[in-house]
Design a protein around this ligand. Sequence first.
Ligand code: HEM
Length: 401
Amino acid sequence: MAFLQLQSILKQYSSYYYYYEQHYSTLYYLAIFGFITIFLVLNFTITKKGRKSNNLPPSPPKLPFIGNLHQLGTLPHRSFHELSKKHGPLMSLQLGQTPAIVVSSVDVAKEIIKNHDVVFSNRPQTTSERIIMYGCKDVAFAPYGDEWRQKRKICVLELLSLKRVRSFQSIREEEVAELVSSYDEIDVFAGGGDTTSTLLEWTFAELIKNPKIMKKVQEEVRNVVGYKQKIDENDVNEMEYMKCVIKEILRLHPPAPLLIPRETLSDVKLKGYDIPSKTKVYLNAWTIQRDPEIWNNPEEFIPERFEKSQIDFMGQHLELIPFGFGRRGCAGISFAIASTEHILANLLCWFDWKLPNNNNNDDDVGVTKMQDIDMCEIYGLTVCKKVPLHLQPKLYNHMGK
Ligand code: HEM
């Protein structure tokens, strides 16, 4: 009897269990189905802008929501470089919610500057840029328009024109003299963070790794200066080889390898593809400046390549665009170059440079070797050396040569 009761309870229970199992598994599948539907709808809505056109440039495969974000490493110019080898010099990407294109050849850059300079002259306004860059009110991040035009005009005419930059000569001399005397006391050179100091740090790293080039450039600088106590602008203008060294550093180590991102102002056709309005535009100067179709032995540091070349970095020659180009090109080129040339000429003239002896002994133990100099990059506001460069200057006996 008890057995029969137990059996009927179990039967009842198992039928409930069966009912619940059925019910729950239906709910379970409904939940999954609902989730997938929401996921697809959201994904479609979020990437709608990027999908507006089905005639976009080639793109690597994307993941839902994040698009191509997972394909970017800590050095985006190098990630873009690798991706563009596969997908071409005009590539489209979906960076989370942001549609983007990457330009990696002179040919595409030429079409931008020739036919669409205005359309490609806006800057994207992201939250981080709004926070870091004073609400995007400065010249570099301001949206294209009258306010930007006014600010840039004031900047270029009143602060950064060649005439103004020349008029700062005496201030530059004072500052450099102070810098030179501080080296005399502190005896170690270590790199800094902004564009000009980034450029100087890469310059010294390459010169120390290439002693023949260091010797050649120092000989030039010292021959031009002779027995004078001060280096002036006319002297610097005679330092042709030093100028080639600076160009070669800007080619191999552009402080802003992706320039400052641009954004399209309207829909535009580029190389036969449809680029929607508000697409973020990365110009990969790093790739263009290492293009083996343009440069012989592009990975090598060879300042001589510029000795008989007309190529310069003012924005006319798209093979070398460390300062960008077009109406959003760098407003401070003259200022940046005048300061870099003046500082470099002084540091090369008055000092010999060597790697530090970490043991403070005269023997070779602990001496950093040229080949040990770490040339790895770190990505920030500029791309600078990951491991800061440390060098020891030795005062050069200028009078007793
Ligand atoms: C080695 C030094 C420097 C490098 C490599 C450099 C590079 C650049 C680059 C790549 C851009 C973006 C260009 C583009 O979108 O096409 C830029 C913009 C700009 N740079 Fe420089 N720069 C340097 C130094 C300076 C200095 C010293 C100043 C000012 C004193 C300056 C002022 C500006 C301004 C105002 C813009 C924004 C232009 C605009 O959006 O209208 N730069 N720079």
